[in-house]
Design a protein around this ligand. Structure first.
Ligand SMILES: [Zn+2]
Length: 423
């Protein structure tokens, strides 16, 4: 048996350990919001990784968005040095999970094992991936103790709410300066490499009017009607234009291979849910209407153009409507990122997928963002991918699960990638 066969066989032999580890992680409801039990799960990972010879650091993202004494944003970074100098491979997993929601037929925090699947909130997104990376690292350390370089495993807070108290904080503290390769075990399917994600531009548009008595609307100026004109202009000019903007990024699913825009909310007139709301309508012409938009853009697009395109819509409404006035404010922006296919971490994982599945890896780009954005922008590290077990479509759904075989095979891919990069 050559060493890669031994590594694969050893991962398979530790299937029971992999399942138990995943179950124990699921049994800690690290819900976000509010950001519960972060310290507990970091302590648990700390004990596990110390045993495997890692040096560990628990880092609280003090002062980050979301951090409080009630719900402190704890992260763990563990590093194990090899025999001699070399490159550093870093596995990053988020420790938080979204709410369970309704519709479960099993306990969302029970970690039930049924028909070769482990069930629970976070099973695929992404405690199964975290467990797979830990098993891969432990197997590699045991079988190839003389490796060069270093292995790092991080468990980070708040990915589900933007990652500011997690990967963004670590990147700001310089943790990624000593890292060469990053693998994020998000559930992108065991034979696919996710190279990056589209960009995000969130903005709030406000149209302005003038309040008057509802029985004499001609004495006021209805901000909701102005917003209606904005929406009409979006329908006739903007949405068709976005549909024509196609990307060469391998975004999945197919519908996300173009620019998209979602209208997250529209609100005008009296508050719907206000402490003072009596349930009775007030006869007033609304003088303000607000819309929040979520524009997802492509690597081929410039964020300045994305913004200008929205302003052009508003200006063409202004040209048609006397008295039309508006404000537009940016709420949030994330630039698109895509790692090159010839990057070393991509080559190592693609080679490993070829060995484990006897077929070529698929390359994908995520429609939404994840923590790679912070590693790219703040950490200035381009050699980063998402690769991990589990089916993306199950994330955040009731009866979320991760397949045991998927986890084992994915851990095999990870251990072979470690061998390729560090041996
Ligand atoms: Zn995730």
């Amino acid at each position: 048996m050559d060493v890669t066969d031994k590594l694969r066989a050893e991962v398979e032999a530790r299937e029971g350990d992999l399942v138990a580890l995943t179950q124990e992680l699921i049994r800690m409801p690290t819900l976000n919001p509010p950001g519960a039990l972060y310290r507990d799960i970091c302590d648990y990972l700390d004990r596990r990784l110390l045993k495997a010879g890692f040096e560990t650091q628990l880092i609280r993202a003090e002062g980050a968005i979301g951090d409080s004494n009630t719900y402190p944003r704890w992260n763990i970074v563990a590093r194990r040095e090899g025999k001699c100098a070399g490159e550093c491979v870093h596995f990053n997993s988020h420790i938080d999970v979204v709410e369970a929601g309704h519709g479960w037929t099993v306990d969302p925090f029970g970690g039930a094992l049924k028909d070769g699947r482990v069930y629970g909130r976070g099973a695929c997104d992404m405690k199964g991936g975290l467990a797979a990376s830990i098993i891969a690292a432990e197997v590699f350390i045991d079988l190839c103790p003389d490796y060069a370089g270093a292995i790092e495993i991080s468990g980070t807070a708040d990915e589900e709410s933007g990652g500011f108290g997690g990967v963004a904080y670590l990147a700001e503290q310089g943790f990624y300066k000593r890292v060469d390769h990053v693998i994020i075990p998000e559930p992108l399917n065991k034979d696919r490499i996710c190279l990056g994600h589209r960009g995000v531009w969130w903005a709030e548009i406000e149209t302005k009017g003038e309040i008057a008595h509802g029985s004499m609307p001609f004495l006021g100026d209805c901000a909701v009607r102005h917003m209606g004109a904005v929406m009409q202009e979006m329908e006739t000019s903007l949405f068709p234009a976005l549909a024509l903007k196609r990307t060469d990024m391998p975004v999945v699913p197919e519908g996300a291979k173009q620019s998209t825009l979602n209208i997250n909310s529209v609100h005008g007139g009296e508050p719907e849910q206000d402490v003072s709301y009596s349930g009775l309508p007030a006869p007033c012409v609304p003088d303000r209407c607000r819309m929040v938009i979520d524009r997802r853009f492509l690597i081929e697009e410039d964020i300045g153009d994305v913004e200008q395109e929205m302003r052009d819509v508003l200006e063409s409404v202004r040209a048609e409507r006397p008295g039309f006035d508006y404000d537009i404010r940016e709420l949030h922006r994330v630039l698109p990122t895509m790692t090159e296919r010839d990057a070393p971490v991509v080559g190592a994982v693609a080679g490993a997928i070829g060995q484990v599945f006897d077929r070529e890896a698929d390359y994908v780009v995520s429609p939404g963002t994840y923590d790679q954005k912070h590693i790219d922008r703040i950490g200035r590290l381009k050699n980063c991918i998402a690769y991990g077990p589990g089916i993306l479509d199950l994330a955040h759904k009731p009866d979320e699960y991760v397949g045991v075989e998927d986890m084992v095979q994915s851990a095999q891919v990870m251990v072979l990638a470690l061998h390729e990069l560090l041996e």
